[in-house]
Design a protein around this ligand. Structure first.
Ligand code: TZP
Ligand code: MG
Length: 217
């Protein structure tokens, strides 16, 4: 049941920091994207002072609650706990899933990144609720993301495990369909929504693509 719900929530997953873009603040971008179809949000802020992350993170969480969309914190289990986020997303070198679970309890969402089948196996054995797989395509958003791996790992994971999977890295309206057809439940994006001149429009088109391509899987 939890996983069923999660696979729906993962359809259009916006990963964002706290800097605004263009004329919009981070909150304004999130608001437009939520109003038009984003199904989950991850706060991934690497450089702002903790005080600011807690203040603005609380506002972002409130916005997510308003739209009944899960609010996830990247890396920082302390921030996730202080904000009473719906979960945490961690990489292979961050706090292990089992330890995150001990701190967060059974009801919170734990997402873990994986770029190889070994990493996916490790994440699952550490209690991941979903996997973030990538970078699927090349991306300039995360400079140390490594080389693009394409859709094959998603295909292999879908064949081997029944865990919700979201693809990440260089995904936009032109290639989202391939990610879903490979077997992902959704797409996680930064720039395709965040840096789009109309974030709401981008969210709506991505959700339509995910919906239409999921029907055909
Ligand atoms: N992890 C792997 S790729 C990536 C992250 C956070 C960045 C994705 O950003 P974009 O702009 O959607 O390529
Ligand atoms: Mg990390």
């Amino acid at each position: 049941m939890f996983q069923n719900r999660l696979s729906q929530d993962l359809r259009v997953y916006l990963v964002m920091g706290l800097d605004g873009f263009g004329e919009r603040t981070a909150l304004e971008i999130a608001q437009e994207a939520l109003a038009d179809g984003v199904t989950m949000i991850q706060l991934r802020e690497k450089k702002a002072p903790l005080k600011q992350v807690l203040e603005q993170g609380a506002e972002l969480k409130a916005l997510c609650r308003q739209y009944k969309v899960p609010f996830i914190v990247n890396d920082r289990i302390d921030v996730a706990m202080l904000l009473d986020a719906d979960g945490v997303h961690v990489g292979q070198d961050d706090i292990p899933g089992t330890e995150a679970r001990r701190l967060l309890g059974p009801d919170k969402i734990i997402g873990i990144s994986a770029g190889t089948m070994e990493e996916a196996d490790w994440a699952i054995s550490n209690g991941a609720d979903y996997l973030g797989v990538g970078p699927i395509y090349s991306t300039s958003t995360k400079l140390d993301a490594g080389h693009a791996i394409g859709g094959n790992l998603i295909r292999d994971i879908a064949a081997r495990w029944s865990i919700p999977v979201v693809g990440i890295g260089g995904i936009d309206e032109t290639n989202a369909i391939e990610v879903i057809r490979a077997g992902a439940n959704g797409i996680a994006v930064v720039s395709a929504i965040y840096n789009h001149p109309e974030p709401g429009y981008a969210a709506r088109s991505l959700l339509r693509i995910v919906r239409e391509s999921s029907d055909k899987v």
